[in-house]
Ligand binder design. Structure first.
Ligand code: SAM
Length: 302
């Protein structure tokens, strides 16, 4: 029946809301049972991130670090540096992220990569796509990578990443500003042993093409970590994203959230020889993973 505003009222809306909430609760209970079961299965040994980050002997002092980061209105990682300097995340929006979030994610998927590479990234050339302020690039360098290249579309994040690099004192890490769709072996000095595609797929409009481009950059392994649609079946949910803060897409537009099954099919379609869904083994993870709205894969190309 039309409302006073002339819009058609949907009498089933409250009911659908209850059904959705019940289904989300069932899904969560299933996820928790799966986590408990996964915890008993054999898996790679735990690996801890290097935290707090070490500091180069002649690097910037405490006050310089605080001042240098203070000039940025937004900061995505709550960096901690040796000697007790620690920073807090901040965004233009009222978003809040837990300071341990990147550490939890590291403990979740990095052990699966490191098991394949013999416990270290020694000698590896690593690409960190959409590197933000360089958390993952720096961790990879500290894991022994021979060379790390990180890029992000936002120039202020490349500036932050260079700041972190100067504090830690690494000369085998390079950051540059670039859009995802400009990525190519010729622009980045060749292909990479390991490619990190973390937290970027769901900010892009074309997931299959994005995975294809990622694959073209990699020789051995890709780590994929992304928001997914938590439904069952091979589906893609479509959304719209505004560049609200430094975590988001750089320009307004359509974004896609494939389900887990849809990502598996995309990897199959791309002829990936081996890929492994990274199982959740602990509840000490951001809620979005527990609720099935985010997941990770280790993709092996040989
Ligand atoms: C959610 S953050 C993820 C950061 C990091 N990779 C991680 O997983 O912790 C998304 C990042 O993607 C970057 N980004 C968004 N759209 C991009 C694009 N088209 N090309 C390159 N970077 C982009 C943002 O600036 C931001 O740093």
């Amino acid at each position: 029946m039309p409302s006073a505003s002339g819009r058609q009222e949907d009498a089933t809306k409250p009911l659908r809301k209850i059904v959705r909430a019940a289904s989300a609760r069932r899904h969560r209970r299933r996820q928790l049972r799966t986590i408990a079961a996964n915890a008993t299965l054999p898996g790679p040994p735990r690996v801890e991130p290097t935290w707090p980050l070490p500091r180069a002997p002649r690097g910037p002092g405490d006050a310089d670090i605080t001042r240098a980061f203070g000039k940025f209105p937004e900061l995505h990682y709550a960096y901690k540096f040796e000697g007790g300097v620690s920073l807090t995340t901040r965004y233009r929006t009222d978003a809040v992220t837990h300071p341990d979030r990147p550490l939890q994610r590291f403990r979740h998927f990095m052990p699966w990569l490191l098991r394949e590479t013999g416990g270290t990234l020694k000698g590896k050339r690593v690409l960190d796509i959409a590197c933000n302020s360089g958390f993952w690039s720096i961790q990879c360098a500290l894991l022994g990578a021979a060379e790390v290249v990180g890029f992000d579309a936002r120039p202020e994040l490349v500036e932050q990443a260079n700041l972190v690099k100067s504090i830690v004192g690494l000369d085998n890490v390079r950051f540059q500003q670039m859009d995802f769709w400009e990525m190519s072996p010729s622009r980045l000095g060749g292909v990479f042993d390991v490619v990190l595609n973390l937290g970027i797929l769901y900010h892009l409009p074309k997931p299959l093409e994005a995975l294809e481009l990622t694959k073209a950059m990699a020789m051995e392994h890709i780590v994929l970590d992304t928001v997914i649609c938590a439904e069952r079946g091979a589906l893609i949910r479509v959304g719209w994203e505004e560049p609200e803060d430094i975590r988001a897409a750089v320009s307004p537009g359509i974004v896609m959230y494939p389900t887990r099954r849809a990502i598996d099919l995309m990897l199959k379609h791309l002829g990936v020889p081996k890929f492994q869904f990274v199982p959740l083994r602990t509840r000490d993870m951001p809620e979005v993973y527990i609720d099935g709205g985010r997941a990770s894969w280790l993709i092996s190309l040989r």
